[in-house]
Design a protein around this ligand. Structure first.
Ligand code: 5BU
Length: 278
């Protein structure tokens, strides 16, 4: 476990080298929530309705914008307005995985205009270091207006059965996170990766943010290889933000479910920081 994961979110908000990570920790502290809801619904109305109802209880809204059947201006304007209204960040789970020249076009412009509305994006490092460099170049270009509010999570591990994102792939994820600290916030992974061997030296102020997917209170997995753990287990293993999809949006009462994940996630965080001063 990283020494930083024993610190409070507010302490990490003050010291983190990355501006978006600071904002993320501030939001978590202000709302007492480390929950990311994975809003995997397929129409704009359902997405915005869910974001508005769950907004008060979450720190981040994760989207798969390409599963919407009616994506358009109303989707992005609605998302941006609700993120402001409820003080959450948006994470488009697009999982970029291509050569640098292509991912720049997929991220900035195109049909989805992801760079305009999504604070956080993620990528696989299967194509090599160039993918991180290319996305950082776009988000940090002098004429890009939202530079300080954009960050990348490297998809270092996956929750699906038989995932090949292990071993050398996972340690290369840590290498690249260390090489691009102003853009890479941390990882999507099932645990803290600070102990993973890396060929790049860690900076003394290094503080990777860990998002863990596959969190569910009432199920162990699905029929397509998804594997779940509980908020307590994820946070105990180093998650700073827990991501839950069906556990929340497919519950009989999604608002009650979001409150339950919020409470359990927050209690697990308090248990992890133990006696740390707030
Ligand atoms: P679920 O309904 O809680 O199983 O949804 C999980 C979400 O997280 C879904 O949007 C997946 O695409 C996403 N996910 C995941 O489940 N596992 C991973 O390793 C990664 C993303 Br990366």
């Amino acid at each position: 476990m990283s020494s930083k994961s024993q610190l409070t979110y507010s302490a990490r908000a003050t010291t983190h080298p990355n501006l978006l990570a600071r904002k993320l920790f501030q939001v978590a502290e202000a709302k007492k929530s480390n929950v990311t809801v994975s809003a995997d619904v397929t129409t704009t109305k359902e997405l915005l309705d869910l974001a508005d109802r769950l907004g008060p209880y979450i720190a981040v809204l994760k989207t798969h914008i390409d599963i919407l059947s009616d994506f358009g201006e109303a989707t992005t304007e609605g998302l941006k307005a609700l993120a402001e209204k409820h003080n959450f960040l948006i994470f488009e789970d697009r999982k970029f995985v291509d050569i640098g020249n292509t991912v720049q076009k997929q991220y900035h412009g195109g049909t989805l205009r992801i760079s305009e509305w999504s604070h956080i994006i993620n990528c696989s490092i299967l194509p090599g270091e160039g993918i991180v460099e290319a996305l950082a170049q776009t988000a940090q270009a002098p004429d890009f207006p939202h530079g300080s509010e954009r960050g990348l999570l490297i998809l270092a591990e996956m929750t699906s059965k038989g995932s090949l994102a292990t071993g050398a792939y996972t340690s290369a994820s840590v290498d690249y996170a260390r090489k691009y600290p102003s853009f890479v916030l941390g990882f999507v992974s099932t645990r803290s990766l600070n102990e993973v061997e890396s060929s790049v030296k860690a900076a003394s102020d290094e503080d990777f943010v860990v998002f863990t997917t596959g969190v569910n209170l009432s199920s162990k997995g699905d029929k397509l290889g998804q594997q779940y753990q509980t908020p307590q287990s994820a946070i105990g293993r180093g998650a700073d933000f827990i991501i839950a999809g069906r556990g929340i949006y497919a519950a009989p009462d999604p608002v009650e479910a979001a409150k339950q994940y919020q409470q359990q996630g927050w209690e697990a965080y308090l248990a992890r920081i133990g006696g740390a001063s707030q």
